[in-house]
Design a protein around this ligand. Sequence first.
Ligand code: ACO
Length: 321
Amino acid sequence: MTYAKITGWGKCVPPTVLTNAEISNFVETTDEWIVSRTGIEERRVTHVQLSELATLAAKRAIAAAGLQGSDIDLVILCTASGDSLIPNTASAVQRNIGAHQAAAFDSNAACTGFLYGIQMATALIQNGSNQRAVVIGADRLNYFINWADRASAVLFGDGAGAVVLEASTEKSGMIASKLGCDTEKRDILEVQGPGTYVDRFHTSACYNVAFEGPEIFKRAINGMNGACTSALESAGLSGDDIDVIVPHQANLRIIQTLAKKMGVSMDKVMVNIEKYGNTSAASVAIALCEAVEQGRVQPGSNILTAAFGAGLTYAGMVIKW
Ligand code: ACO
């Protein structure tokens, strides 16, 4: 049996911090409202292109794996905010990291994208098509924000995270997953517009992140809970076998409710939403990197990850470290 072991991880969060207090200078909101409703204290913002964030995260993951860019034969960039519609942004990352022989494509499952990417890379490694993949979750949703709309202005941060997966006979990497898409309400979270291409006809000012928060809140918990239960069942594990849970960081209250519903203590749950806000496809990737950096993940650890995003996509996944 071939597995896709995670051998490297890295993140790139832009250095510019935007605090709740700073946001309250230009829209009617308060630090107290944002912290109590979401758990977010600050987020990172950038004007650099998505490919630059993604490249840095990928380079760090490849270095942590002890590899060169030229060792990588597959680049999957999970994002909803690529540099342009055509060509794909993964090809810029492939070039930047020197993975000249690698296949490269973008994948958009919004905030769930990174877990969809891990599933795809694992399948391609397991069927022998690829040996060493880099999967990147990266987004700069702040590009799409209408900064006069307080509902969305407070929620999102920019960033990127990446992992390297390598073919291995050791039982490790993704061992079970459940991906899905709750399309009944697919229009309750959307960004309409032409894409991130900017020229004299298009500017970022034409965008707006439109969403129905309370409905997403409910569906996020149900979607992630169902997917996690199903992934645990496929892995033959129970919540007690899980060492750390790494959920999508959209709202601290969603994370707490999910943990309660699953009957697991918050001590087991990785939370970093206070520093970064919702970084969309980068969210689970950055949280996973930080869980490793903090020593919460050790060789052999069982990790349960979960995500939910526009579409409405959802995923639950068990990863053995
Ligand atoms: N500051 C102050 N007041 C605000 C703000 C703000 N930034 N934003 C909204 N409000 C007001 C609203 O206008 C409303 O006022 P009203 O009662 O006078 O009409 C009141 O706060 C309550 O608004 P709700 O939208 O009901 O607030 P809620 O408690 O649901 O919190 C939130 C909103 C944080 C978005 C929550 O619904 C949520 O986290 N939803 C799920 C995640 C989500 O939707 N994320 C965005 C999409 S991306 C994703 O993660 C899938």
